[in-house]
Design a binder for this molecule. Structure first.
Ligand SMILES: [Zn+2]
Length: 340
């Protein structure tokens, strides 16, 4: 019979994490660290400042101040397109903040895995317990000090939007990066067309806009591409970093004899440029985060689920366990032969 997942009270004694204090501790961090953390959590001021400069330099100075003098209709169309793209960027940013990275609510917690499923565990094979939130951690869940909750598929803290990215808002983060990239590409296209007849009288604002747009496209484009690949392959930034560090991870799974075994994962189980152990296939991975194709541009969140190990990965663990059991059996036979 498969062993059930351990209940909260029993798992508590296996937890090595510190208990959540009843009274908040005094902040004892050095001043330099406090200042660094403050800056890290407020980098979005730079983004808002840059956006204000783009509105002044591009919309007001170039499009309205120059292009509209000769081509009023084109200038209005450019402002409408830029305004829409810029507005959507703020809609996605707001969605990141309002929806948040997700938490382990009652709906999520009740979506428990069945008796046959594999789950992440500690060295002894018990489910991992969060001493801060006082509950078991479903697969791929990490506790965040920033939100003070357990976050499903926690990805990273983004200083540019000033918030934590997890399963609940990774879609909006991608939308935010893409809309930013599209806005900047549009700016460059308009500038190129406009500048075509203006050389050598190039506007100073245009030079600054070229440089800022180029750099930002490289940054936002690489960020969006990198995280979209992670979504496609079923990875998170945090899991890849953890695997790169060589952190120990264990999986409790059902072996062929109907009993459970605990297997330590090696680095290459996760840190590979292939699909993750939780990947359910490329299209399923995309759909779970982005939703149906027609909702990709919309700030609608897909339901949060408890990720399951894919069947191929569990089979890989079972084959590895086969070899371990076979080796143990052979050693036992050798011992019997020697003693006999
Ligand atoms: Zn927690």
């Amino acid at each position: 019979m498969p062993q059930p997942r351990q209940d909260v009270s029993c798992a508590d004694k296996y937890s090595t994490r510190a208990k959540k204090p009843e009274e908040p501790d005094k902040d004892l961090r050095p001043f330099a660290q406090k200042a660094r953390d403050w800056v890290r959590h407020h980098v979005y001021f730079v983004l808002v400042g840059l956006n204000a400069y783009f509105i002044y330099a591009f919309c007001y100075s170039i499009v309205w101040g120059r292009i509209s003098k000769k081509h009023k209709g084109a200038a209005i169309a450019i402002l409408c397109i830029y305004g829409t793209l810029n507005f959507m960027m703020y809609v996605y940013w707001l969605a990141i903040l309002l929806w948040g990275p997700g938490g382990i609510g009652s709906q999520y917690a009740s979506n428990s895995i069945d008796g046959d499923a594999a789950f992440q565990c500690n060295m002894q094979g018990y489910s991992i317990y969060c001493s801060y939130c006082k509950h078991l951690k479903p697969n791929r869940t990490h506790h965040s000090a920033f939100t003070d909750t357990c976050v499903p598929a926690m990805d990273h803290f983004c200083p540019w939007v000033g918030y934590l990215i997890g399963q609940g808002n990774i879609k909006f983060f991608l939308q935010f990066c893409w809309s930013t990239g599209f806005t900047l590409v549009f700016v460059i296209i308009v500038l190129l067309i406009y500048q075509h007849n203006q050389i050598p009288n190039i506007n100073n604002n245009a030079i600054v806009l070229y440089i800022l747009s180029g750099l930002a496209i490289l940054f936002a484009g690489s960020l969006a591409s990198q995280h979209f690949i992670y979504v496609v392959m079923g990875h998170t930034t945090l899991e890849l970093m953890s695997a790169k560090r060589g952190d120990s991870q264990y999986v409790n799974f059902l072996w062929r004899d109907g009993h459970r075994r605990v297997m330590q994962l090696n680095r290459m189980d996760i840190f590979v440029y292939d699909q993750s152990p939780f990947s359910q296939g490329i299209w399923n991975n995309i759909r779970e985060i982005m939703g149906p194709f027609y909702t990709w541009p919309l700030p609608i969140r897909e339901p949060i689920y408890e990720p399951q190990f894919n069947k191929a990965f569990i089979e890989k663990l079972r084959e590895r366990q086969d070899k371990i059991e076979e080796q143990a059996l052979n050693e036992l036979k050798d011992d019997c032969d020697i003693s006999g």
